[in-house]
Design a protein around this ligand. Structure first.
Ligand code: CAA
Length: 376
């Protein structure tokens, strides 16, 4: 079981107040326009939350996994697009936390802690689920690496100041030849391509990155040549827990929206909640949300205690993301035609929720991770 500490509860209050002041007023507009005002991220940054995992020695809050999970659940409840955008700074920071030298950590976290976004650049047009199949290369040339390739579906890639990017330093070794680099946005040869027009999470930005003879100093290599695949996998272990937390927030919001509507909506002189078919469905939603929340915080507690949590993070993502979609679907069903209109928040929640079982490893990938852990 988990219980938040007074400090965590204080932070939860602060995040809820932030959501009310900054996110609630722009959520609908951001969904319609695809623009998340920079002022909202600046305010998040000024609140000291721009990069939750940044170490104290570089000026970050260095929050533990349970606290990060709690914050991501709150953001998921508020707006999954904003949660996705704000979460990008954490995902791209894990490889630097795992393998970065003190100098690299300073270089990486400085922009992230001063109102800038960072991105995790792994996926490519021919390497999504099979992350080890990337073809972007990084060729050593004296004191530099020269990077060439294309990355796609990069969250916050169009607005990021810095990337942690994965490339092959030795093509002949496949995924064992993958390495991770810090690459700043303003490097000559780096440009953004297609901006994705997504079904939901419109507040987040998703783009293609094009790298044409991009030169970075050799000192931008994280860890050793060949460490990239492990760093990516370990980072995704952490990221998947975050996605699961967002999913719990999304599911809770879907249920709350539905309950509020069902209590007020009269049908043949009775409230919807007087119908057992409706109240039972709501009972099932509440059960599913609670079960998911326990899985997420169990995984977070293992991570915070520096225990093995890869399997638990995959289990949490698998369960919570499918659960969020199911709860959003059932909530919309109860809310009927109104739920299908743009006036109802559930319409946006349902569109947003669809990404959860897809990004940071589809749920089929989570099954591979879980099965490998169980069967090895
Ligand atoms: N921790 C540490 N090391 C790990 C690990 C983990 N969790 N998982 C794997 N590894 C290591 C393995 O030990 C292995 O090392 P050795 O070669 O030294 O033995 C190496 O990594 C390769 O592992 P596998 O042989 O298991 O790799 P695989 O090629 O079979 O692939 C996979 C495994 C689980 C399918 C992996 O490819 C995967 O996770 N795919 C999904 C990729 C993904 O999640 N992409 C999301 C992109 S990011 C995103 O969506 C963010 C965004 O912008 C929204």
């Amino acid at each position: 079981m988990y219980d938040f500490t007074p400090k965590q509860l204080e932070l939860q209050k602060k995040v809820r107040a932030f959501v009310k002041e900054y996110i609630d007023p722009i959520a609908k507009e951001s969904d319609a326009t695809g623009v998340l005002p920079l002022s909202v991220f600046k305010a998040w940054s000024e609140a000291g939350l721009a990069c939750l995992v940044a170490p104290k020695r570089v000026g970050g809050p260095e929050l533990d996994a349970v606290t990060c999970t709690m914050i991501m659940e709150e953001l998921g409840y508020a707006d999954l697009g904003v949660a996705t955008a704000f979460g990008a700074n954490n995902l791209c920071s894990y490889p630097v936390l795992l393998a970065g030298t003190p100098d690299q950590q300073k270089k990486h976290f400085r922009p992230l802690l001063t109102g800038n976004y960072g991105s995790f650049a792994l996926t490519e047009p021919n390497a999504g689920s099979d992350a080890g199949a990337i073809s972007t290369t990084a060729r050593r040339d004296g004191d530099e690496y020269v990077i060439n390739g294309i990355k796609c579906f990069i969250t916050q890639g169009g607005v990021a100041a810095t990337y942690v990017l994965f490339a092959l330093t030795d093509k002949s070794k496949g995924s064992k030849g993958m390495s991770a680099f810090i690459v700043e946005r303003d490097r000559p040869g780096l440009s953004t391509g297609k901006v994705e027009d997504k079904m939901g999470i419109h507040a987040s930005n998703t783009v293609e990155l094009i790298l044409e003879n991009v030169r970075v100093p050799a000192s931008h290599l994280l860890g050793k040549e060949g460490d990239g695949m492990k760093l990516a996998m370990m980072s995704l272990d952490a990221g998947r827990l975050v996605v699961a937390a967002q999913a719990v927030g999304v599911a809770q919001r879907a249920m709350d929206e539905c309950v509020e509507y069902a209590k007020k909506r009269m049908d043949n002189g009775k409230s919807l909640t007087d119908q057992q078919a409706v109240s039972f469905k709501i009972a099932d939603m509440a059960t599913a949300v609670e079960a998911g929340r326990l899985l997420v915080y169990h995984g977070a507690m293992l991570k915070a205690a520096h225990r093995s949590y890869s399997k638990n993070s995959a289990i949490a993502k698998l369960f919570c993301t499918d659960m969020a979609m199911q709860v959003a679907r059932d909530a919309m069903e109860i809310m009927g035609t109104y739920g299908y209109t743009k006036d109802a928040l559930i319409e946006k929640i349902w569109r947003d929720a669809r990404i959860l079982s897809i990004y940071e490893g589809t749920n089929q990938i989570q099954r591979i991770v879980i099965a490998n852990a169980v069967l090895r």
